[in-house]
Ligand binder design. Structure first.
Ligand SMILES: [Zn+2]
Length: 443
């Protein structure tokens, strides 16, 4: 598919980027008017959706659109995206204002252009287009737009949980859903690789801590609380979970083998047969390593504020990414053996991993068929396990199959998510819209 720029879509997208929908773990630190501004643009740009769908507003800024088919012949389909964006970071490093939506050298600049207002726009444009043409699906269609994906709410339930609860309250089960995650990338020799996220590791924060009476640093006695917690951390880091292969990781490696060569190709094709070699590769490659076990990363430390004061609370927070098969309970049991006397742990946030989806489904084959229709035979689908987390895990109770795939063809003109000068080429926007339009008709 040769995509060309879609002027109207670009203009819509620039307005969407101009809304500074920055999320914060505290609701009172969010400027909800910016979300209101975004909603006004959506209503203006996508009038058919606003007319034909029932809209439920959820929490401070959640939008859930629902179209009910007269005689549905398939399970409901749901398109997801989040409206919120992360902080801009160091403003001085941005070449253009992060909320200007400026179009420069054919790229739209701004926070959220690649995470993930591009997806939000593509989904809305696609649905608006097909509905405006008079077409109606023979299935219920939902569009669920979150408002706090980038953070964990500290003062209440996370937004996506509320959106899911609304579906639960209505007794809805979604057959298939799309959300951010994988994209299409260029492979070797003119080939394309579509990465479809069929699972994600659970993101769980755990604090390892020790409380003590504190006191003057001149009389520490036999060691400090900080020392005790440090021992625990060293012990945990030297005892990573052993590697194991979950079915999705195996499917991912086998599919990736098609676009690899040499030893990697051989090992990926039969990961069980060449298990020891695969483990050796994983020890050199953090991404492969993360696919094969639950990981621990200590990211935050807290102790005394003064050099001469013994800390009364020492806490180290780890970001733990739990692989399917492990649970918060089993991980905490595992960690317990490394905690010296007096050192404790607590679960701060996050939930058990949700089950992965399988590439062996009709919906997955429809994704494949649509991509072949749009891009020809040169595109290879690689199902994968996402290492980061998306909003989809909140929907675990109501969705059967989850495709973390945005339909965009990414190249090196893009400026990445969460970075300064985040940007997307305007000619990349219609590709995703086209994917969703075609999928809606084929589903
Ligand atoms: Zn995102």
């Amino acid at each position: 598919m040769k995509v060309t720029k879609d002027k109207k879509m670009t203009a819509h997208f620039q307005k969407i980027i101009q809304c500074a929908t920055i999320s914060n773990e505290y609701g009172n630190k969010v400027d909800w008017r910016e979300f209101g501004k975004l909603h006004q643009w959506l209503q203006k740009f996508y009038p058919t959706i606003y007319r034909e769908f029932r809209l439920t507003e959820i929490g401070e800024a959640g939008l859930q659109f629902c179209f009910k088919a007269d005689n549905p012949v398939k399970e409901p389909l749901m398109l997801m995206a989040h409206q919120d964006v992360v902080e801009v970071g160091d403003l001085a490093q941005w070449t253009y204002d992060p909320f200007s939506g400026e179009l420069v050298d054919d790229c739209v600049y701004g926070r959220g252009t690649t995470d993930c207002k591009h997806l939000l726009a593509a989904e809305m444009e696609a649905v608006e287009d097909v509905f405006a043409s008079g077409w109606r699906p023979q299935y219920d269609l939902y569009i669920s737009l979150g408002f706090g994906e980038e953070i964990y709410r500290a003062d209440g339930p996370d937004g996506a949980r509320l959106l899911c609860q609304n579906l639960q309250a209505e007794g809805v089960t979604i057959g298939c859903t799309f959300d951010e995650g994988g994209s299409i990338v260029h492979g070797k020799d003119d080939t394309l690789v579509a990465r479809i996220g069929l699972g994600e590791k659970a993101c769980v924060n755990i604090e390892i801590y020790k409380d003590s009476a504190g006191g003057h640093a001149s009389k520490p006695g036999l060691g400090t609380a900080l020392g005790a917690v440090a021992k625990a951390i060293v012990d945990i880091e030297t005892h990573p979970y052993p590697y194991r292969l979950i079915p999705l990781a195996e499917a991912q490696l086998k599919a990736a083998a098609a676009v690899e060569d040499g030893d990697k190709k051989r090992i990926y094709q039969e990961p069980k047969k060449y298990w020891e070699e695969l483990c050796a590769l994983a020890r050199q490659n953090p991404e492969l390593d993360a696919m094969l076990h639950t990981t621990f990363a200590f990211t935050m430390a807290q102790a005394s504020n003064q050099p001469n004061v013994l800390p009364s609370h020492v806490g180290m927070t780890m970001s733990c990414r739990i692989l399917q098969g492990d649970t918060i309970e089993s991980v905490m049991q595992y960690l317990q053996q490394f905690l010296p006397e007096g050192v404790r742990m607590r679960h701060v946030s996050g939930e058990d991993p949700m089950p992965t989806s399988t590439p062996d489904s009709d919906d997955y084959r429809t994704v494949e068929r649509v991509l072949h229709t749009l891009y020809g035979k040169n595109i290879t689908l690689v199902p994968f396990l996402m290492l980061g987390a998306t909003d989809t895990h909140y929907y675990a109770p109501v969705v059967r199959r989850v495709f973390r795939f945005d339909g965009f063809l990414v190249d090196d003109r893009w400026g990445g998510a969460h970075q300064v000068n985040e940007r997307i080429p305007a000619d990349a926007l219609p590709g995703s819209k086209q994917f969703f339009k075609t999928f809606l008709l084929e589903y």
